[in-house]
Design a protein around this ligand. Structure first.
Ligand code: GLN
Length: 251
């Protein structure tokens, strides 16, 4: 059995400030140690900064619930989305939780827990745009967040010009300013971003349905197994649903 640690601590810090945040580097979280979560906190409602400057959201709360189950403290490290997989593989972080979709390519580099939720890719356009579905994206300029599945799918569109941003919101602002014709991004962040911009709409057509899961270093079976068991438990007892419902209004 894992021992319960002193008060659970949630600590947001950048990769560079990790030492000052007590972030230890080790391969396996041992009894009573921290579970370090790598994320990109610009993806509301999954991970974002609240008004108090703390990283919060669905993924943070799920990771906290998992840490609770495993008797570990949770530390959050905010970084570029593209850096998460290497952070997990280098042992800088134990888990990558970032609305991360399970893909074949990623499975070559990391292992994933069971899925904790599904999502879909959507297309955002300006109100009145001639683009009414994925077929209309041909030959257009598409804004995406670098290295995401939105980037992957949009890159397959014939004759499209890709415009890549490190934050989804920046792609959405480029759309608002008319610099790109459409943005392809995950549905829930899309709703948040569109609400913060002007004159944009989300097309109804689903671009792709995806599973979100937690990334761990390839071959870290002990951690993967612990996480899957804990995840099973917090799905079964309604914790995960409660967290998701808190952030996403039921339709
Ligand atoms: N679900 C998308 C992906 O895994 C986007 C994730 C994100 O931007 N945080 O690529």
């Amino acid at each position: 059995m894992k021992k319960k640690m002193v008060g659970l601590m949630l600590c947001a810090c950048t990769a560079l400030a990790a030492a000052g945040c007590g972030g230890k580097k080790f391969d396996n979280p041992d009894r009573g140690e921290a579970l370090i979560m790598a994320t990109n906190a610009a993806f509301e409602p999954y991970e974002y900064y609240d008004e108090g400057g703390q990283v919060t959201g669905i993924d943070v709360e799920i990771a906290q619930a998992l840490a609770d189950k495993l008797g570990l403290t949770l530390e959050v490290e905010d970084m570029e989305f593209e850096s998460i997989i290497s952070a997990v593989n280098s042992g800088k972080a134990h888990i990558g939780v970032a609305g991360m979709t399970v893909t074949e390519d990623r499975l070559a580099n990391v292992d994933f827990t069971d899925s904790y939720t599904t999502s879909r890719q959507v297309i955002i356009v300006q109100e009145g745009s001639a683009i009414t579905g994925a077929d209309d994206l041909q030959g257009k300029t598409i804004g995406v967040q670098t290295g995401t599945t939105g980037d992957l799918f949009a890159s397959d569109v014939e004759d499209a010009t890709m415009d890549r941003y490190s934050k989804g919101m920046d792609a959405v602002l480029a759309l608002q300013d008319g610099k790109v014709d459409a943005v392809v991004i995950d549905s829930e962040p899309a709703k948040q971003f569109v609400a913060k911009a002007n004159g944009l709409i989300i097309l109804e057509e689903e671009f792709a349905v995806e599973e979100y899961a937690i990334a761990v270093a390839k071959g870290n079976e002990e951690l993967l197994d612990d996480l899957d068991k804990a995840l099973d438990a917090i799905i079964a007892d309604g914790t995960v649903k409660g967290i998701i419902d808190k952030y996403i209004n039921a339709e």
